[in-house]
Design a protein around this ligand. Structure first.
Ligand code: ATP
Ligand code: MG
Length: 360
């Protein structure tokens, strides 16, 4: 089983310094608003992903007024210990090491310590723009498949070059279609890999989402999930060829897997337009649990599950169904935050689990 055993936090967000030890499968973290519950989960997430779940801006993560942070996480997976050290100084390259051996590239670390976070703002995955759903697919697939991650890194890099070429001023020079051909050829190679893997992944995801949604909601609303991609209808070579002039006019690449999306529907209608708040939350959990399940079955062990403000979300029935799934049926480590210790204790008692409580 994969679990985090210890974490030492220095100058990370509101933590000047903190040491936490985790023992067992289910850990409840409690404390009042603003004390650092979410930040503690984020420090664990950081050790798994080499970045924050919440903020892309590293300067926001360093404690105010300080010039860097350090994290040291001790993980164990089937008796194998992994010590992660991350040192991030504001003006230097981020250092990340595994058992005291520094990584050349941060991407080498992705997938070693799989982890799934569920936080309140994640509801945007259902309500928000397509970018978040692509990020969701990429986060899962990058942890599971190095080839996918490499293709995605290359695709994004070449796409950036293609777009910046399209943005150039061509009043004095001729547009070089041959150069565009070269970009296109390079992109196509990676797209075929990314598209195929997203397709397989979303097929599996759709099925699991339906199952989990039913389990959580005890309802018969059938949820459909469809993978939308320009590639569903046409090859990228054709798409690029057909849209050349349009791309020149728009000064960006209009077609490709960077526009993919996941479409949810209920009773043949677009889910986000008709679903209630609770139904949306249930779908969010179903998505995340499906993610969890796919990682677990591919890796052969459960990812760490981080549940932020878990109890603020659902009615009692749905909550109980969920807790049973995450704390009893799965065999991985779960870390749950809540403002109320008593609520966590009640849950542990009701489910007859021996949970650890950390009071901040
Ligand atoms: N870079 C930073 N430097 C110092 N403090 C920070 C930094 N970033 C965030 N904080 C502080 O961290 C605190 C928030 O911590 P966190 O979000 O973990 O609280 P929480 O316990 O999850 O609260 P809630 O119950 O409201 O969700 C805030 O007081 C915020 O000002
Ligand atoms: Mg919080």
């Amino acid at each position: 089983m994969l679990s985090i055993k210890k974490i030492n936090i220095t100058q990370f967000k509101n933590y000047e310094s903190g040491r936490f030890e985790f023992d067992g499968n289910v850990v409840g973290i409690c404390g009042k608003n603003g004390i650092g519950k979410t930040n503690l989960l984020d420090s664990i997430y950081y050790c798994c992903f080499t970045k924050s779940y919440f903020s892309g801006n590293e300067n926001m993560i360093i404690e105010n007024g300080k010039d860097g942070f350090r994290l040291e996480g001790s993980f164990s997976n089937n008796e194998v210990s992994n010590k992660i050290i991350c040192i991030n100084k504001s003006n230097a390259k981020k250092e990340f090491s595994l058992n005291d051996v520094p990584y050349d590239k941060l991407s080498q670390h992705i997938g070693l310590l799989p982890c799934v976070m569920i936080a309140p703002d994640d509801i945007e995955l259902i309500n928000g723009g397509s970018e978040l759903r692509r990020k969701f697919m990429d986060t899962v697939l990058c942890q599971l498949d190095k080839n996918y991650m490499q293709s995605l890194i290359h695709y994004n890099k070449i796409l950036l070059q293609r777009n910046s070429y399209l943005k150039k001023d061509f009043s004095a020079q001729k547009f070089d279609y041959a150069l565009l051909d070269i970009f296109d050829e390079q992109l196509i190679e990676h797209v075929n890999i990314i598209y195929a893997k997203r397709k397989t992944f979303t097929n599996e995801l759709a099925q699991l989402v339906q199952e989990f949604y039913k389990k959580i909601s005890e309802a018969n609303e059938a949820i459909e999930l469809v993978y939308e991609s320009h590639l569903n209808e046409q090859s990228l070579a054709d798409l690029f060829k057909q849209n050349r002039e349009r791309d020149r006019m728009l000064q960006r690449t209009s077609k490709g897997i960077h526009r993919d999306d996941l479409q949810f529907s209920m009773h043949q209608l677009q889910f986000k337009n008709i679903a209630s708040q609770g139904q949306k939350k249930s779908l969010l959990f179903a998505m995340k649990l499906a993610e969890y399940e796919i990682i677990k079955s591919t890796k052969g062990f459960s990812p760490i599950l981080l549940l932020d403000d878990f109890f603020e979300k659902l009615d009692e029935n749905r909550m109980n169904n969920l807790l049973k799934i995450v704390c009893v049926e799965n065999q991985g480590q779960v870390i749950i935050t809540d403002t109320h210790k008593s609520r966590l204790l009640n849950v542990f008692e009701k489910l007859q689990i021996k949970g650890q409580i950390i009071e901040l």
